[in-house]
Design a protein around this ligand. Structure first.
Ligand code: ATP
Ligand code: MG
Length: 372
């Protein structure tokens, strides 16, 4: 049996959430969510030729193998938010499809499509909202339950060119004036990553101008006057953490950064106070930093030094290496680092230096030091 046989045999299976929205918008989906109206674990246990790989009874989800393909299947479930801003708890597994969809974030994400009949089930007017390019929450407490939905809204607005419906915008503004900072920042970080990785100036403008940034800081932040996404685009291949550039311009204190993310932010702060008045100083300051820190520096200082480094200076390097120094009779020692530094300084002044000239300079440098 394969998944299509399954779809054709049963009438209580649905695609739900983002995938149905993407079908209607005619966009490729990032992931496909399949839900059983009922208990998915029990449902799969009764299937022939279906291997159960893993179950999570607390959530009613099950991973199965059908015809050598792996699928994740969810049960319909109800959720509640006893602690606002934190993970919901599951209050019922195997509820009606309607109860399952109305726990979701926006109407456009609350559509279901029956896998057998192809019928679109729309309890919340999600189809109209897709047509009208509107993002609408399903109830007035939505952002209080889960403020990460505000970031999700901005992500969908950015990705699809949609906008918040008027009432939803009022609810968002109301929440942002009275934020409960006791929230799950891990989820917030995940949503910030996926939203800001879209690398959109417009999203950042909205993030600042609509005060969405208040979710992650109590400070006042102004929109930098800079084409940030353009700058990121230019160095895109060298940047792994696009999102962090935007977030570090606001505040990262509430987010749990990993080692490399922390280094990016710390280096950025340090760079702001370093003397960068020569090409040599620029290279020395920037060479140990990730590109993200350099981009942040540039957005802040607008002095073109990071651009000069990324476009030109970082390619200027001594050609000689330790072996070459050994061959001219210099035994390996900590002196090597000083020699390479000296050659780098000379090479930055004159990038056309040949390897032979570099070696001559190295010898001269050593001799001069002995004479001192
Ligand atoms: P993407 O295309 O970015 O994956 P998505 O809509 O599929 O977007 P997911 O994060 O994959 O989003 O979640 C799948 C579905 O789960 C959503 O479509 C939505 O119905 C529901 N969902 C996800 N996050 C939330 C949330 N914070 N609150 C309520 N429902 C949510
Ligand atoms: Mg998805």
């Amino acid at each position: 049996m394969n998944i299509i046989d399954l779809y054709e045999k049963y009438d209580n299976l649905y695609y739900v959430g983002g995938v149905v929205r993407d079908i209607l918008i005619k966009m490729p989906s990032q992931d496909v969510d399949i839900t059983v109206e009922g208990n998915a674990i029990e449902f799969c246990k009764n299937l022939e030729e279906c291997e159960i790989v893993q179950t999570n009874p607390d959530f009613g989800t099950v991973r199965i193998k059908l015809n050598n393909q792996v699928y994740d299947i969810a049960s319909t479930r109800k959720e509640a938010y006893p602690k606002k801003g934190h993970l919901p708890v599951v209050t019922e597994i195997g509820c009606s499809l309607k109860d399952d969809v109305i726990r979701r974030d926006f109407t456009i994400n609350a559509l279901a499509k029956n896998t057998k009949t192809g019928e679109i089930i729309d309890y919340v007017n999600g189809k109209d909202d897709i047509q009208n390019k509107k993002l609408r929450v399903l109830h007035d407490e939505s952002f209080i339950d889960d403020p990460t939905r505000i970031i999700r809204g901005l992500k969908f607005a950015t990705r699809f060119g949609f906008e918040l419906d008027e009432h939803t915008k009022l609810l968002q503004d109301k929440y942002l004036k009275n934020i409960n900072y006791d929230m799950c920042y891990k989820r917030m970080k995940d949503e910030l990553i996926s939203m800001f990785n879209l690398n959109s100036n417009k999203a950042f403008e909205t993030f600042i101008n609509d005060k969405i940034y208040k979710l992650i800081t109590e400070k006042e932040i102004k929109l930098p006057d800079y084409d940030i996404s353009g700058l990121i685009g230019k160095y895109y291949k060298k940047i792994k953490n696009v999102w962090l550039i935007y977030v570090a311009l606001v505040d990262t204190e509430k987010l749990d950064l990993n080692k490399i993310e922390s280094k990016i932010v710390d280096d950025y702060q340090k760079l702001l106070n370093i003397n960068l008045d020569s090409d040599y100083n620029i290279v020395k300051a920037f060479e140990t930093c990730e590109t993200e820190s350099l981009i942040l520096y540039e957005i802040n200082k607008k002095d073109n030094k990071a651009i000069k480094y990324l476009d030109k200076l970082n390619e200027i390097k001594p050609e000689i290496n330790g072996n070459d120094l050994k061959q001219i009779g210099l035994p390996p020692s900590e002196k090597y680092a000083k020699i390479f530094d000296y050659i780098l300084q000379e090479k930055l002044k004159n990038p056309d230096l040949t390897k032979v000239e570099e070696l001559e300079l190295a010898e001269k440098f050593e001799k001069n030091k002995e004479n001192m």
